[in-house]
Each structure stands twice: as structure tokens, then as C-alpha cells.
Design a protein around this ligand. Structure first.
Ligand SMILES: Nc1nc2c(ncn2[C@@H]2O[C@H](COP(=O)(O)O[C@H]3[C@@H](O)[C@H](n4cnc5c(=O)[nH]c(N)nc54)O[C@@H]3COP(=O)(O)O)[C@@H](O)[C@H]2O)c(=O)[nH]1
Length: 812
């Protein structure tokens, strides 16, 4: 219940009464004032009238100087009670009579005193007889008496007016209270009950709505507003529930703060991410979590953000003081009329790792962790620029592993990968400060030496030393999956900036030089020279042409006889030749490496095997071979041999050609044996069971670990022609051949020497114990028709003089 003075009825009444009072007082004052103006005249006339009534008697007394009469005149005047002093004198001023009494004391004398200021305090009447003044009558008025009636009348008027106002005020108060204040109070009471009730559901009804006055309209309006509010509230509750669900169920960390950064709300994800309890977080400021939080900046942004979302990256500090990289989506929302800062925070640790990983992968090789081609290019371009600026010389070493493809295919990619990792370690172990190694892919590595000597010759020497050390370190055995592996590398070197070549060109030059190194017998290095470019271009042409060589029937086989110490034919070696219409005759040591690198060696090898077997069958059935003839040797490339289906392929060819496998001698190289000895041995065993023989070609030049030889079903060692060639000049070669022959005897293996060109060589070999020979001294490789002719004439080959005539097939 409101205090009385706060009630509407009281206030209304108060103001109404005040206005009434002012009005009444004004009207009363006006009346009193007007009344007073009249009263003043009345008083004057009354005084004058009273004096005139005694004028004759007073004149008579003064004329006759009759003091007695004068006294009576004054006594008569005194009865009017309006004068308190009267004085009658003769014409000379002599007092004839005097009347004096005290002034009358009245309740409102102060009003009388005030009013008397407007009136004359005394009157004098000149007494005249026969046109001469005979005396004077002077009186002083007692105004308390003369104004009393006026004052009483005025007081009555004022008090009546006030009483009337009081009555009207009380009546108004009651009426307004009953009519307005009380219904409003009751309405308010209902509203406050409604406000206290927690339920917002259901409808409301106010009896006041039934009224046809303003209160009725107010109640109806309020009812409508209430229902409207209810709908809004339901909507708001829904939204709040949604908002809370979004915040609290979100997997993203969410924080709601004031503009000062004080945390007001947080979700589970925030607690998990930051490691704080909810109560801790709610007592914290965002500044404690995010060092970059700037209150002033936020407030400035909030003013201009216009509901925009700002996304930025920062670091949040966890409870354990670790820092986590986050992406923050921040916005300003209005809650309870207050701007709030809502941040949705995502842990981007993984994303950053991924980005770094992507960046890493873009510039580094994932297997070896060495820079990749892209980074190499950047560095190389940079090095070229620096060298040009400072007049330095830099170098690029293009390293390619020899026969890596074979290892990869025979031992599997995993072993291949392990080998590449080990190779990369060895390469990097030789690098000096400032040098870098990159992997271009496969088995290709590039060393970038950005700062060699300023003198070309010195720079060449420096790079050569490094290349030698690289070859040396790579030639050491690798242990991969418990298998001892030997690899060699071919290195191409290009120095810069010797001309205007860019990085790409310098790499190509090093690549070209590397191929030259490979063709020079592998496991070596070669500097790029301008003329190599033509060679590289030719090589590319050859690679393209080789793809069509088989289908266009451009390959031929030639056969080189193998003889015993009596010159009798004991075998033939099938050797492939390629007659390209565009490129001419291309020797096998040029196209076989390309075929190996491109994988074309598989169909090519299969063709050689089939063709050779068919020819053997033809010789055996048609032409006839001497009894001394034991084997047809066929070269098998390492890549061909490493294939899973190699044995099946060979057996299939034997079946198709109906050849007796015991007449076949497969020539394999030493290096093939060391790659995966178990698998090599298994393949050899399977074929051996069918009668196939195996020879080791170019024996003595490879990395063979001799102890493996006794586990393999070998028939023969073929001494490399380089030893035979040097047998007369180089005691080492002689010694090597000697050792090979004794070892073969010990292991019960045959030995054949290849590349025997002179009688002298043959005789030295014979003296050491070698009884089988192949070489130009006996016969060059022969085309099959020429061999047929030879066989028809004699199966003997001259021992004494060199057999130099070339009977090889030459295309027209
Ligand atoms: N995988 C295959 N490899 C093959 C095949 N055909 C040949 N080859 C290999 O190519 C290399 C070069 O062969 P080629 O040019 O045919 O040379 C052979 C002979 O012509 C040559 N030879 C023989 N006697 C002499 C001689 O007295 N002097 C001399 N300078 N050269 C001579 O030697 C080559 C035979 O070598 P090898 O095989 O080691 O016995 C060569 O490595 C071939 O193996 C093929 O079909 N598949």
C-alpha cells in the first residue's frame, strides 16, 4: 500500500486545493480591498457627519466664549465613541474644552493600525459666524473603533472561504480516491501479485477490463501487452535455450565476457581446452588467458563492428601454463541491454601441425627428410645469383644410384626405401657447412655446393674430391633387412655460373653428365661439357625409338662362338642388336641401360630368350650342332631376373619352343647375387631343377661376396674381358685371373675367358688353366645365316691366327 502523500488522489487533491486556495484568497483579497476603499469614504463621511452634527453648538459656544457649552459639545461628541481626543478653542486658540480618553484595545488592533495609515489621524473643523472664524474644533479618530466592523466582515469572509475550500477538498479527495486512486491501487496490487508469481504461462484477466473508463482501457491494454510479452518471453526462452545449447553443447570452446574481459559464461569445451574448473574461469579475466586481449581495442571495435564477426589467431594460456594456438571468432552481442563479447575458440594445434607438414612436404622429401626438388630449385637460383654477385663458383652433383630399380623390385619397396634413407645419411655425412643435399625422387640425389673456390680449376678439384669420397662411402656395404647390399652411384657434375644458364639448365647439365658417367661403366663421376647436350638429346630420341623397336621388328640376335682348347665349338652366346631406321645400328651397351631404366628390358629380354631358344631348336633339328656343343648362353639383365615371374616366364618359353633347358646357360652378373641372395638362390634352384645352367658374367668386376657363390647352383665363371685385355701388361690382371681359376676349380666350376683377341692371350690363359674361350681371336658374333654357313663348313675355329672377318648381319 502506498503512503498517503504518494497516492494519486492525494496529489490530485493537493494540487486542486492549492489552486482553489489561491483563487479564493485572490478573490477574497479583491473583495476586501474593494470593501476597504468604500469603507475609507464611509469612515470619512461618518467623522465629518458627526462633527457637523455639533458644529452649530460648538460655534455658539466659541462665539459666546461659553466654556460650559463647549464642554457639553465635547461630551456629546464623546458619545459617538469614534474620537479619543477632542479640543475646542476660541479664535485666538485658547482652549475652551478638552476631552481625552485612552485608545480602545481590540483583538485586531494591528490591522487597524495598519489601515489607519491610509486615513487622516485628525480632523479640524473651523467654527465660523458672520463670516469670521470664532473658534476651532479638533478631533483625533480612534481607528480601532471605526475599522472594527470592516475587519470583522473581512475575517468572516476569509474564514467562510477557507472552510468552503476545506469541505470541497475533503469531498474531492474522497471522490478521487474512490473513483481513481483505489481502483488503480487494486489494479497495481493485482499486477504486483502477477509480477511475484513465477509462472509466465496461462492467460490473465483483470476485472478492471470491464470498466469503460481509462482504467478499463489501461487494463485491456495491459492484458494485451501481457500476452504479447508472454509470447516474446516464450520466444526468448526458446532462444536462450537454443543459445545455451549452442554454447554448452558446442565442441568448440566458447566464452562470454564483458567488454572488460571478465568471463561470464563458459562451456565444457572451454574448461577442457584450458584446464580450468568452471568456477575458476568465471572468476577470471580473458587477459589472463590471452595476452593479446586489449580492452580499449575491444571497446573501439565493439563501437564499429556492426555485428560483424572478427576472426583471428592467437595463443591461449592453459592452467598448466602451456600455450595452445587457437583460432578465435569474436563478436559483440547485446545481452540485457549490455554489449557482451562472445568468443568461439578452436584449437588449431593440429591444423598448424598439418600446415607445417604440408609446408614441409612441399619443400622436403618425406622419406629422407632432405629438401626436395622445389627447395633445391629455390636454393640453386639463389646460389647462382650470389655466385654471380661475388664472382664465386658453385657446383651441383647429380647422384643416381646404379641398379636401384633392381634392388627395389627384387627386395620390395620397403627395403628400397630403407636403402635410400641410409644413402641419404651417408651423403649428408660428407657435406660441409653451407652445402646441402636434396632428393629429387627415386634414387636421384643432388648436392648443392654454393661456395667453391673462385678459381675454376680449384673448384673442379674440390668437387672431384667430394665425388670420390661419395663414391667411396656409397660403395661400402649396406645392411638392409639383414641382407648385405652393395650399391654404386653415378655422379654428374655441373659448375656454375660459367654462362647464363639458370638453375633448371644447370640441373639438366648435371643430369646429362651423370648419364655419361653411367655409360662410362657406372660408379664414377663426370663433369658436364657442352658437347654432352647433343648426347643427352640423342639419348632421349633413342629412348623414344626403343619403345617401337620390338613391334617394328628392329631387333636381331647375333651369336658369338665359345670354344675349347682344341678350337671346337662348345657354345654360343646370343647377343642382341638394334638396327633403327632413324638412328642406325645401336650397340647394346647403349640401349640395354635405357631398356633397364624404362622397364622395356622385360619384353626385350623375353624376346631375346624366345628368339634364342627357337634358333637353338632350329639348329638342333635342322642344321645340326657338333657333339662338343653344350650350351647357348643368354644374357639376363638384373631387372629382368629380379621380377617375381621370371622363372615362370623362362619355363614358359622353354615349353613354347620345346627346347631342352640343359642346353641353356643363363648369364647373370655378380651384382645380382648380392641383392637378395635368398630369392636369387630360390629362382636359380628352380631353374636348375629343369637343367638350366648359370654362368656369372664379367666375373671379377662386381661386388660379389664370394662366400655366397657356394650356395648357388652355378656352372661357370666368365672372366671379364678387361682382365684378359690386360693380362700381358698388368700383373694384377694376371693374378686375378689366376685366383679366379683356382677358386673355380676348388668350387668345381668351369671357367671361360671372354674377350680373347690374340693367340698370346689364349696361350697365357691356357697356361694358367683356362680351357674355354670366347673372343674375336676365334670369332666375332655372327649373324645366324653366317653361323649356319660356318657350321656347315666346320665346327672348328682356328687356334693359331686371329679370326677377324666380320660375319655379323649388316642391314642394307
Ligand atoms: N641383357 C642383355 N644384355 C646383352 C644382350 N646382348 C648383349 N648384351 C650385353 O651388352 C653388352 C655389350 O654387348 P656386345 O656389344 O654384344 O659385346 C659383346 C661382344 O661383342 C664383346 N666381345 C666378345 N669378344 C670380344 C673381343 O675379343 N674383343 C672385344 N672388344 N669385344 C668382344 O663382348 C660382349 C659380350 O659380353 P658378355 O655378355 O659380358 O659376354 C654386354 O655386356 C652384353 O652382355 C642381351 O640380349 N641381353
Amino acid at each position: 500500500m502506498l503512503a498517503l502523500r504518494k497516492r494519486l488522489s492525494y496529489k490530485q487533491t493537493k494540487w486542486a486545493l492549492l489552486l482553489l486556495l489561491i483563487m479564493a484568497v485572490s478573490v477574497s483579497m479583491y473583495h476586501i480591498y474593494s470593501d476597504w476603499q468604500e469603507e475609507k469614504n464611509n469612515i470619512h463621511e461618518r467623522v465629518i457627519g458627526t462633527l457637523e452634527m455639533v458644529q452649530n453648538a460648538a460655534t455658539e459656544s466659541a462665539y459666546t466664549l461659553d466654556n460650559n457649552l463647549a464642554g457639553k459639545v465635547l461630551a456629546g461628541l464623546a458619545r459617538s465613541n469614534i474620537f479619543y481626543r477632542m479640543h475646542l478653542s476660541d479664535d485666538l486658540g485658547n482652549q475652551m474644552a478638552l476631552y481625552l480618553r485612552p485608545l480602545t484595545e481590540k483583538r485586531f488592533s494591528w490591522i487597524s493600525n495598519y489601515l489607519s495609515t491610509e486615513l487622516s489621524p485628525n480632523y479640524q473643523l473651523d467654527l465660523i459666524r458672520e463670516n469670521s472664524i470664532v473658534g476651532h474644533l479638533k478631533v483625533e479618530v480612534d481607528y480601532a473603533v471605526v475599522t472594527e466592523t470592516f475587519i470583522n466582515r473581512s475575517i468572516r469572509l476569509v474564514s467562510t472561504t477557507l472552510f468552503a475550500i476545506l469541505v470541497v477538498g475533503a469531498a474531492m479527495l474522497t471522490l478521487i480516491y474512490i473513483q481513481t486512486s483505489r481502483p488503480i491501487s487494486q489494479f497495481i496490487e493485482r499486477l504486483s501479485l502477477l509480477a511475484k508469481s513465477k509462472s509466465t504461462q496461462g492467460g490473465v484477466y483483470f476485472p478492471e477490463s470491464a470498466r469503460d473508463d481509462e482504467l478499463g482501457v489501461l487494463a485491456q491494454t495491459f492484458t494485451a501487452l501481457w500476452h504479447q510479452r508472454q509470447n516474446i518471453q516464450v520466444e526468448l526462452e526458446k532462444r536462450e535455450a537454443y543459445f545455451r545449447a549452442v554454447i554448452h553443447q558446442s565442441r568448440e570452446c566458447m566464452l562470454l565476457t564483458t567488454q572488460d574481459g571478465q568471463i561470464l559464461d563458459c562451456n565444457n569445451a572451454a574448461r577442457e581446452l584450458l584446464g580450468y574448473s568452471e568456477s575458476d574461469l568465471l572468476s577470471m579475466n580473458l587477459k589472463a588467458i590471452d595476452d593479446t586481449f586489449d580492452r580499449a581495442e575491444l571497446i573501439e571495435w565493439a563501437k564499429n563492428s556492426l555485428g560483424e564477426v572478427s576472426t583471428f589467431e592467437t595463443h591461449y594460456r592453459r592452467q598448466d601454463s602451456t600455450r595452445v594456438p587457437v583460432e578465435v571468432c569474436a563478436s559483440i552481442i547485446n545481452l540485457d541491454e549490455m554489449p557482451r563479447y562472445l568468443v568461439s575458440v578452436r584449437d588449431i594445434t593440429q591444423r598448424i601441425k598439418d600446415q607445417e607438414q604440408v609446408k614441409y612436404l612441399a619443400y622436403y622429401d618425406a622419406l629422407t627428410n632432405l629438401p626436395n626438388r622445389r627447395l633445391l630449385h629455390d636454393r640453386l637460383e639463389n646460389a647462382i645469383e650470389v655466385c654471380r654477385e661475388h664472382g664465386h663458383i658453385g657446383g651441383v652433383l647429380f647422384i643416381d644410384l646404379d641398379r636401384f630399380k633392381t634392388i627395389n623390385d627384387s627386395m620390395g619397396h620397403h627395403a628400397g626405401d630403407q636403402l635410400l634413407v641410409e644413402v641419404s645419411k651417408r651423403i649428408t655425412s660428407l657435406l660441409a657447412q653451407g652445402d646441402s643435399a636434396s632428393r629429387l625422387g627415386g634414387d636421384e640425389f643432388v648436392l648443392l655446393l654454393p661456395d667453391l673456390s673462385n678459381h675454376l680449376e680449384e673448384a673442379q678439384t674440390e668437387v672431384s674430391h667430394l665425388a670420390e669420397r661419395l663414391l667411396e662411402t656409397l660403395s661400402q656395404a649396406f645392411i638392409i633387412q639383414d641382407v648385405e647390399l652393395y650399391v654404386s652411384a653415378s655422379i654428374g657434375i655441373s659448375l656454375f655460373p660459367l654462362d647464363q644458364s639458370d638453375g633448371m639448365r644447370i640441373l639438366q647439365q648435371a643430369d646429362t653428365a651423370m648419364y655419361r658417367a653411367k655409360e662410362n661403366g657406372r660408379s664414377g663421376f663426370h663433369f658436364y661439357r657442352n658437347e654432352m647436350q647433343q648426347y643427352a638429346t640423342d639419348r632421349l630420341k633413342m629412348e623414344k625409338a626403343l619403345h617401337h623397336a620390338l613391334e617394328r621388328n628392329e631387333l636381331r640376335l647375333v651369336y658369338q662362338p665359345q670354344v675349347n682348347s682344341k678350337g671346337e665349338l662348345i657354345g654360343l652366346e646370343a647377343l642382341v642388336r638394334w638396327f633403327s631406321p632413324e638412328l642406325g645400328m645401336i650397340p647394346p651397351n647403349r640401349f640395354i641401360p635405357i631398356a633397364e631404366e624404362t622397364g622395356l628390358i622385360v619384353p626385350l629380354g623375353e624376346w631375346v630368350l624366345t628368339e634364342a631358344c627357337q634358333q637353338l631348336r632350329a639348329w638342333q633339328q635342322v642344321t645340326g650342332l657338333p657333339e662338343t656343343f653344350k650350351c647357348l648362353a643368354i644374357n639376363i639383365s638384373p631387372y629382368q631376373f629380379s621380377r617375381e615371374d621370371f622363372v615362370d616366364q623362362v619355363l614358359k618359353v622353354f615349353e613354347q619352343t620345346q627346347v631342352d633347358p640343359s642346353y641353356i646357360d643363363l648369364e647373370i652378373t655378380e651384382n645380382m647375387l648380392v641383392e637378395n641372395i635368398k630369392s636369387v638362390a630360390a629362382k636359380m634352384q628352380r631353374l636348375r631343377q629343369h637343367g638350366v645352367h648359370f654362368s656369372i658374367d664379367d666375373f671379377g668386376t662386381g661386388y660379389s661376396s664370394l662366400r655366397y657363390l657356394k650356395y648357388l647352383p652355378l656352372s661357370q665363371l666368365k672372366i671379364d674381358q678387361s682382365f684378359v685385355r690386360d693380362i700381358s701388361d698388368d700383373p694384377n690382371s694376371y693374378e686375378i685371373i689366376h685366383t679366379i681359376i683356382s677358386m673355380a676349380k676348388h668350387m668345381k666350376l668351369s671357367v671361360i675367358a671372354e674377350g680373347v683377341e690374340t693367340l698370346f692371350e689364349k696361350e697365357v690363359l691356357t697356361s694358367i688353366g683356362c680351357t674355354r674361350y670366347q673372343g674375336y681371336h676365334f670369332s666375332k658374333p655372327l649373324e645366324k645365316q653366317a653361323l649356319n654357313l660356318q657350321l656347315l663348313q666346320s665346327s672348328h675355329f682356328p687356334l693359331e691366327e686371329a679370326h677377324t672377318a666380320s660375319l655379323e648381319y649388316q642391314p642394307e
